[in-house]
Design a protein. Structure first.
Length: 93
């Protein structure tokens, strides 16, 4: 089970229903060595992605806010500002 920062039970009240569903799936489906952050300020502009998911070997996933959520675009890829950074690579989108 993934670990949440802050603790998931302390932030579910401010999540949308979709964010709650996604957070519960992250918590239950990811292994113990994943750390997930919800709505934390990131970078010099203090942007707040919905979720940051980190694994020490696999890297970091930034699932940002996207109008329309997890809907697929014309190319079949999810819409939104999500980015993945592998632990040994540069940023990819």
């Amino acid at each position: 089970m993934a670990h949440f920062v802050p603790v998931l039970s302390g932030v579910v009240g401010k999540m949308t229903s979709g964010e709650r569903r996604f957070a519960r799936r992250l918590e239950s489906h990811l292994e113990d060595d994943y750390i997930c952050w919800y709505d934390v300020p990131v970078g010099s502009l203090h942007q707040h992605p919905d979720f940051l998911v980190f694994h020490p070997r696999r890297g970091l996933l930034d699932q940002g806010d996207s109008p329309g959520g997890w809907q697929g675009g014309a190319d079949g890829q999810p819409d939104g500002a999500g980015k993945a950074v592998r632990a040994s690579d540069k940023a990819t989108s």
